[in-house]
Structures are given as structure tokens and as C-alpha cells.
Design a protein around this ligand. Structure first.
Ligand code: C2E
Ligand code: CA
Ligand code: CA
Length: 684
């Protein structure tokens, strides 16, 4: 129950009640003893008093008896006699009272009754008897004898005995009171001891317990506080994680949305809100070429540069793989030109080559931006506007910053619609071949036709490749379009031949995607054979950029396969790429098609020299040279003079439908090889 060390505050009252009970017990005891002492003291005082009276009465009796014997006093003196009688009576009654009340100890019993000693009882009774005799003195008992006896007795030994009795009673009383007082003191002492014990065993442990409990509570509080701090920092971390991009530390899409919402809500007219959307150009190639770790470094680097160029209050966020958004709010001080300048600064700063993991990398980015000026602001639309401007800047050649314009959205929507239309167009085979003639510069004969794709759009009419080819390339539908146009071209060739037109060959443009298909040669040969044609009736035009993009292999082996199968191979737009010569060396090429841009520059010395060099090269390598984009007679004649083999261009004939082609051939001179060669000048 009293465990000093374990203290249950709820059970503490039991200890208190117990301790108080003990204290109360001792206090009540002490009080009772005290009362006993008082009553004993009173009793003893009476005993001592009466014992003392006996002493005094024995003297008085002796005195009165003596007085009775004095000659001057009459023996019949009644006053003395009655006083003597009263003294005797009192002496006697006192004696019996003492016998009854005072003899409480062996010593007192002995003093009064010891048989052989001069005991008080016997002496007293004898003395009383003697005294009575003095009153009724006779001759047998002469008064003188009585007085002598009384005197003898009164002085000794009765007086002595009575003295002793008084002393004995006083001593016994003193001893008893001493014992009781000791008991009372002991009781009080016990109460005090209990109080001290209570202090030691209850109060002190309770105090210690309370201190321990308080300390425990304090520790728990401390713990709770610590936990709370941890929780707060955890929730802070979590919040940071939720709102930030782990790689760059920038805000993420979610945080951007929140910031934008806040900004839109607090937007005041007169201020401006800009959204810049930025996308890294050809980021996929960075990853493909240098690997993902370097890709990550590029993203981090871009994030750092953006932070360094923006103000602290601007929000810079990474919202996708390589997409970033900057939100700039200003109280009307920023003009659109400032934002455009910022965008251009970002572009040029990132373009400066930097070393990332020992690779020198120059980062190209495209930016689109939009501004909100009028209330109410539509946050998501603002982002979407910037995104549209970004896409426009991407499709317009990358590496530039464009502001959003309303017509961009229309364009985009039209573009999206066109994409849907294109998928239907493939299903419905709405793509057809137009033919552009190629003639010999030496004898004017038709050498063939280039097949150029057209889209017979049910609503929009005939659409040129510039409308659908980039889109088809982007979404990966170009090879299906190539296939439709090729089979249409082959069918037209077969048809024209069947109709008696002498068309030596057709050239077909093959996209990179088509050339990457390992089935191309087989499929093409099947189509060619189906039309009753042979591979050498077909020339495949390959763009330099195709081979760079695919960086070899499948496209190269397809071209080799085609060449081995008997198809002619022409390098299209020759002289515009970077690897013209390496292409000529790598591939089994039969023709070079000089690009229109070079033909158009022939009037300038440099252009002319380039033209001459290409023709010379082709001659030395035994390749046929075709010049395209001939628009004037002088271009025609110059090329003829330079020894170029074949001419193609609007001056000779535009890309034409089958009907137009028939008419063109008819007017150019059906079956020219049979008749006189028509001079170009004569024709136009
Ligand atoms: P390309 O292969 O260089 O074709 C020649 C382009 O130059 C044609 O444009 C033609 O109309 C144009 N052209 C010809 N002579 C002249 C001239 O004297 N002056 C001017 N200004 N232009 C001239 P088109 O038909 O719009 O085709 C554009 C490009 O689309 C072609 O360039 C070719 O790369 C691509 N293309 C056309 N059809 C197909 C196809 O079926 N498949 C693939 N993959 N690409 C095709
Ligand atoms: Ca071509
Ligand atoms: Ca070309």
C-alpha cells in the first residue's frame, strides 16, 4: 500500500486518511490521558489533604484534651468538649475515608495494616478511643493518663505515621502523575512522529511523485512539441514535394495552377499578367545522343538560367518533360516588348554553348507568350494561349519567341480539323499524283515526270504538299500517303503508256519514314509489277536530310536494296544539306537534282560557280544532273550551256493532273523521239 516510489495520485487520499487516523488516535489518547491526570490529580490532592488533616486533627485532639485538663478551665466546659468531639469525629471519618479511598498500593496497605508494626489503622483507632476517654473521663480513666497517652501517641509514633502517610500518598501520587504524563507525552510524541512519518513517507514521496509527474508531463509536452515540430516540418516537406519538381526544384504544374488562381483572384485592372511557355527544341535528340543523365543536367541548367533571368516574384515552373512556364505579374509597368525582350534573352542565353558532363551543348528553345489585360481573367485560357503561341513558334522553325494572336488559335483548330480530315483522306484514298515534266536539255525530249502528291480535299479542293506533308510527317502518316501517291503515279504511268504516250519514267519522292520501312522495296516492286512496269521505269528521289535524320542504316540499306533492284536513285534538293557529297559516296546514286535555290542564284558569280561545280562533279562521277525550278528561258539556256542533262520547272510545265498531262504532252509534241526535236524557245 505504501510504496515510496510508486505513487498513484488517485489513491493518495487513502494514505492521508490512514495517516490522519493515526494522528487522531494519538491525539485523542493524549487528551484522555490528560483528563485522567486531571482527575487523578484532584483525587490525590484530596487524599493528601485529608491525610494532612489527620495530622493536624491528631494535634488538635491532643490540644483540646490537654485544655480540658487545665485547672483554669472547667472540665465541664462544653465548648472545648464539643470541639474535641467534633475533631475526634472528623478524625475518625477521615480515617475511614482514607481506608476506603487512599489505600491503593501495597506500601499504603502495609503502612496502615502491617500486623506487627506500629500500623496507622491500629494507632488511629486506639488514639480515637483514647480521645473519647478524655471526654468521658472517670476515675478508672483519669484524664491525666489519657492526656499523657494522647500526647505520647500524638507526637510519637502516630504523628510520625501520619506524616509518613502524607509523604507516601504524595510520593505515590507524584509517581502516578509522572507515569500518566509520560504516557501523555508519549502519545503526543507518537502523534508528532506520525506527522513526521507522514511527511517522510507520504508528503515527501507525494511531492516527489508530483515533481516526477510534472517532469513526465513536461517531457511529454516536450515530446509532443518535438513531434509537432517534426510534423510541421514533415508537412512542410510534403507540401514542398507536392508543389515542386524534384529534378529542378522549380514549382510544378500543380503549384503553377494554384499561383495562377491566386493571381487571377487578386487581379486588379490596370495590372498585367504574362504567361511565357517555353519548350526545349529537339530535347529528345539530346537524350538520344548524350543519354538521360545529360538530359537531366540540361533541364537543371535551363531551370537555373530561367531563375537567373527572372525576378524573384516571378513564378518559374516546370510543367512537363521539357516544358517550362514563367508567370509574370506586373502592376502595369511592363510592356509587351519587355516580355519579348526577356523571351529573346532566354533564347540567346541558352544558346551559348555550355559544358555538361564534358559535352558542349547549346540549348535551343522555343517560346510562346500571352498576356491578360482585361477582366475577368481566364487562367486556363491564358496558359492555353501561350501554349498555342509556343506551338506556332515550334512549327515556324523553332528557336524563336512568338506572342499569342487570336488567328493562331483558329489556325490550330483548322490544323486539328485537317488532321481528322487527313485520316479520312487516307481511308478514302483522296491523295492523287500530279506530274511535272522533265525534259532533256540537249535534245528537248521528255525524259520523264516527277510525281508530286496532291490532296483532293472534298471541301477545300486540291491541296499542295506544304499543307499536308509536314503534318503527315509529324503524326507518322506520311508513309501511307507515299504509298497511295506512288501506286497512283504508277497507275498513271501505265495508263499513259497504254494510251500510246512515250513516257520513259517517273520519279517518286520517298519520305524518310517510307525509306525506313524494310518492306519498301518488296512492296514497291509488287506495285510496279502489278502495273506491268519495271523498276527502271521508276526513279526514287531521296532527300539528304532523310539520311541525316535516320543517321544511316535502315534508310541506307533500303536505298541500296532499291538500287540493286534496278530503281534509279536521285538525290533531291542537292546542295542544300550538309552531307551532299557523303550521300553521293555512300549510296548507289544515279542522279543529282540541283535545288531550286541554287538555280535561282545562277546569275550571281558564286551561284554560278556552285552550279558549275555540281555539274562537273556529276559528270566526273557519271551521274545524270537534273536542274529543278527553272522559271526562265535564260536559266534553261545557261544550264544547257553548262552541260546539265535534264530540266524541270514551271517554264517547262507545272505539276499537272492526268488530263492536263495528256494535253501538255500533246502540245509539247507527242512522241517527240519520232518527230523533229522541239527547241525550248519554239515551244513558249
Ligand atoms: P520537291 O521534291 O523539291 O518538288 C519540287 C517542288 O518544286 C514541287 O512543289 C514543285 O511544284 C515545285 N516547283 C517545280 N518547279 C518550280 C518552279 O519553277 N518554281 C517554283 N517556285 N517551284 C517549282 P510541291 O509540289 O509543292 O511539292 C513540295 C515538296 O513536297 C516536294 O519538293 C517534295 O519534297 C514534297 N512532296 C511532293 N509530293 C510528295 C510525295 O508524294 N511524297 C513525299 N514524301 N513528298 C512529296
Ligand atoms: Ca523531288
Ligand atoms: Ca527538289
Amino acid at each position: 500500500m505504501f510504496n515510496l516510489y510508486e505513487l498513484n495520485p488517485r489513491r493518495l487520499w487513502v494514505k492521508y486518511v490512514f495517516a490522519l487516523g493515526i494522528i487522531l488516535f494519538f491525539l485523542v489518547g493524549s487528551h484522555l490521558i490528560h483528563l485522567t491526570v486531571l482527575s487523578h490529580t484532584a483525587n490525590d490532592a484530596k487524599i493528601i489533604n485529608i491525610a494532612g488533616q489527620q495530622r493536624m486533627l491528631s494535634q488538635r485532639i491532643a490540644f483540646f484534651a490537654t485544655k480540658l485538663n487545665t485547672p483554669s478551665v472547667l472540665s465541664e466546659d462544653t465548648e472545648i468538649t464539643s470541639s474535641l468531639a467534633a475533631a475526634i469525629k472528623r478524625f475518625e471519618s477521615n480515617h475511614y475515608w482514607l481506608l476506603k479511598h487512599a489505600l491503593n498500593s501495597d506500601a499504603s496497605q502495609q503502612m496502615y495494616f502491617t500486623p506487627n508494626g506500629p500500623e496507622v489503622d491500629r494507632l488511629t483507632k486506639w488514639y480515637i478511643a483514647e480521645a473519647r476517654k478524655s471526654i468521658s473521663s472517670s476515675d478508672n480513666h483519669p484524664l491525666e493518663d489519657v492526656i499523657v497517652n494522647l500526647d505520647k501517641m500524638a507526637s510519637k509514633p502516630l504523628l510520625k505515621k501520619l506524616d509518613d502517610a502524607v509523604t507516601l500518598f504524595a510520593d505515590e501520587s507524584g509517581a502516578k502523575i509522572e507515569r500518566l504524563e509520560f504516557l501523555q507525552l508519549a502519545s503526543l510524541g507518537m502523534a508528532i512522529v506520525t506527522i513526521i512519518a507522514e511527511a517522510i513517507f507520504i508528503f515527501f514521496p507525494a511531492q516527489q511523485g508530483i515533481i516526477r509527474s510534472l517532469k513526465k508531463v513536461e517531457d511529454q509536452n516536450q515530446d509532443i512539441l518535438l513531434q509537432n515540430t517534426k510534423l510541421v516540418s514533415l508537412s512542410h516537406d510534403l507540401n514542398h514535394e507536392i508543389n515542386h519538381d524534384a529534378l529542378t526544384g522549380l514549382k510544378n504544374r500543380r503549384a503553377l495552377k494554384e499561383e495562377l488562381d491566386v493571381c487571377v483572384q487578386g487581379y486588379r485592372s490596370g495590372s498585367q499578367l504574362f504567361i511565357l511557355m517555353l519548350d526545349i527544341d529537339d530535347f529528345k535528340e539530346v537524350n538520344d545522343t548524350f543519354g538521360y543523365p545529360v538530359g537531366d543536367l540540361v533541364l537543371k541548367y535551363v531551370a537555373e538560367q530561367l531563375n537567373s533571368l527572372c525576378r524573384r516574384e516571378d513564378v518559374v515552373a516546370r510543367v512537363g518533360g521539357d516544358e517550362f512556364v514563367i508567370m509574370i505579374e506586373s502592376s502595369g509597368l511592363l510592356s509587351e516588348s519587355r516580355i519579348h525582350k526577356l523571351a529573346e534573352d532566354i533564347i540567346s542565353k541558352l544558346k551559348v554553348p555550355t559544358i555538361l558532363q564534358r559535352n558542349e551543348i547549346s540549348i535551343g528553345v522555343s517560346i510562346g507568350y500571352a498576356v491578360a489585360e482585361k477582366l475577368p481573367i481566364d487562367g486556363p485560357k491564358l496558359i492555353s494561349d501561350a501554349d498555342i503561341a509556343l506551338r506556332k513558334s515550334k512549327s515556324s522553325g523553332k528557336g524563336m519567341a512568338l506572342p499569342y494572336r487570336a488567328d493562331m488559335r483558329d489556325e490550330l483548330e483548322a490544323h486539328a480539323k485537317l488532321l481528322v480530315d487527313m485520316m479520312h483522306a487516307i481511308e478514302n484514298r483522296e491523295f492523287v499524283s500530279y506530274l511535272q515534266p522533265q525534259v532533256s536539255l540537249q535534245d528537248g525530249r521528255i525524259t520523264g515526270f516527277e510525281v508530286l502528291g496532291r490532296w483532293n480535299h472534298p471541301e477545300k479542293g486540291v491541296l499542295p504538299p506544304s499543307v499536308f506533308i509536314p503534318m503527315a510527317e509529324q503524326v507518322g502518316l506520311i508513309d501511307q500517303i507515299d504509298e497511295i501517291i506512288t501506286s497512283d503515279g504508277l497507275a498513271i504511268l501505265a495508263k499513259l503508256r497504254a494510251e500510246g504516250y512515250n513516257v520513259p519514267r517517273i520519279s517518286i519522292n520517298m519520305s524518310a519514314r517510307s525509306l525506313r520501312s524494310s518492306n519498301l522495296c518488296t512492296d514497291l516492286t509488287r506495285s510496279v509489277t502489278e502495273q506491268g512496269l519495271a523498276p527502271n521505269d521508276v526513279l526514287i528521289e531521296v532527300l539528304e536530310t532523310t539520311m541525316i535524320e535516320t543517321s544511316a542504316d535502315q534508310a541506307v540499306s533500303t536505298v541500296t536494296e532499291l538500287s540493286d533492284a534496278g530503281y534509279g536513285i536521285a538525290i533531291d534538293d542537292f546542295g542544300t544539306g550538309y552531307s551532299s557529297l557523303s550521300m553521293v559516296v555512300k549510296l548507289d546514286v544515279s542522279e543529282l537534282k540541283i535545288d531550286r535555290s541554287i538555280v535561282q542564284e545562277m546569275d550571281k558569280a558564286k551561284g554560278r560557280q556552285a552550279l558549275e561545280a555540281i555539274i562537273l562533279l556529276a559528270k566526273q562521277m557519271n551521274l545524270t544532273v537534273v536542274a529543278e525550278g527553272i522559271e526562265t528561258a535564260s536559266q534553261f539556256n545557261t544550264l544547257k550551256g553548262l552541260g546539265c542533262d535534264i530540266a524541270q520547272g514551271f517554264k517547262i510545265g507545272r505539276p499537272m493532273s492526268l488530263d492536263q498531262t495528256r494535253r501538255w504532252i500533246n502540245s509539247y509534241g507527242k512522241n517527240v523521239s519520232d518527230g523533229p526535236m522541239l527547241a525550248f524557245e519554239n515551244l513558249y
